[in-house]
Design a protein around this ligand. Structure first.
Ligand SMILES: [Zn+2]
Length: 258
């Protein structure tokens, strides 16, 4: 069973899993009944999470019910505990909206919530993050997770996100991080296998590293590094599987000046 599920979550693109997630979760759940792990996003508890990952699937990552990964569970708790995202009247622009969040955010009555994607049919707006066709100073919150590692001109994306944020607004810009290196990129590397080897995935154009907060600061954000992850006991962190190594800190990217 483990090999079958590993195969499914590894070979079938996550977008497809998401499309048939309701059916998938119903089929899979009997094999995951238990109470050793818990998902703070959907409230489900299971024997363990599903394996997940391109290339080499890693054990115990994907929620069988809402398909959250570690980063979604960490961000959900962050938004709940460290921000007024669930209560304040906020105008939110969400790029490449993650499946575990989409309906839940859309149902929040306090939000004026807009989704955006380059080409996804389910997004409200079709936008390029390096050329956002929206007015200056128009959003309280921008969320753009696991997008920037795919974007050639990342500094242009940072500038555009800053531009559409209101002064006093903030952005969450999560990326895959290798904590053992500084960020590096090489535009001449276009071979998918070389990108996989150097940048961690066949369609990534750079590997972000331990200097990510500094990169965000250099781009003009006031960065607040939140280490609330460490407020949880090791037992709690393992039970909810909250972050992969190097991705424990959430950077709140604030716009403080025009
Ligand atoms: Zn879940």
């Amino acid at each position: 069973m483990k090999r079958i599920i590993g195969f499914i979550t590894n070979v079938i693109p996550r977008q497809w899993l998401i499309r048939c997630s309701y059916l998938f979760s119903i089929l899979i759940r009997p094999f995951y009944v238990g109470n050793r792990v818990e998902c703070p996003v959907c409230g489900g508890h299971f024997r363990k999470f599903l394996p997940y990952g391109y290339g080499n699937a890693t054990e115990n990552r994907l929620c069988p019910k809402c398909l959250s990964l570690e980063r979604h569970r960490l961000l959900w708790l962050y938004l709940k505990q460290r921000t007024d995202f669930f209560t304040a009247p906020l105008k939110v622009l969400h790029f490449a909206p993650e499946q575990p969040f989409l309906k839940r955010f859309r149902n929040l009555k306090n939000l004026d919530y807009t989704t955006a994607d380059l080409d996804s049919p389910i997004a409200d707006l079709h936008l390029d993050v390096t050329k956002i066709n929206l007015p200056d100073h128009s959003y309280d919150v921008v969320i753009c997770n696991h997008v920037l590692e795919h974007v050639d001109n990342v500094n242009q994306a940072f500038a555009e996100i800053l531009r559409v944020l209101k002064v006093g607004g903030w952005a969450i810009l999560m990326v895959p991080i290798n904590p053992d290196v500084d960020t590096f990129e090489d535009p001449s590397i276009t071979d998918p296998k070389e990108r996989q080897r150097l940048f961690g995935q066949y369609d990534h154009v750079r590997q972000f590293g331990k200097d990510y907060a500094q990169i965000l600061t250099n781009a003009g954000f006031h960065v607040v590094e939140d280490k609330f992850f460490y407020d949880y006991s090791e037992e709690q962190r393992n039970r909810m599987r909250l972050a992969r190594r190097g991705e424990e800190v959430i950077c709140r990217c604030e716009k403080v000046i025009e």
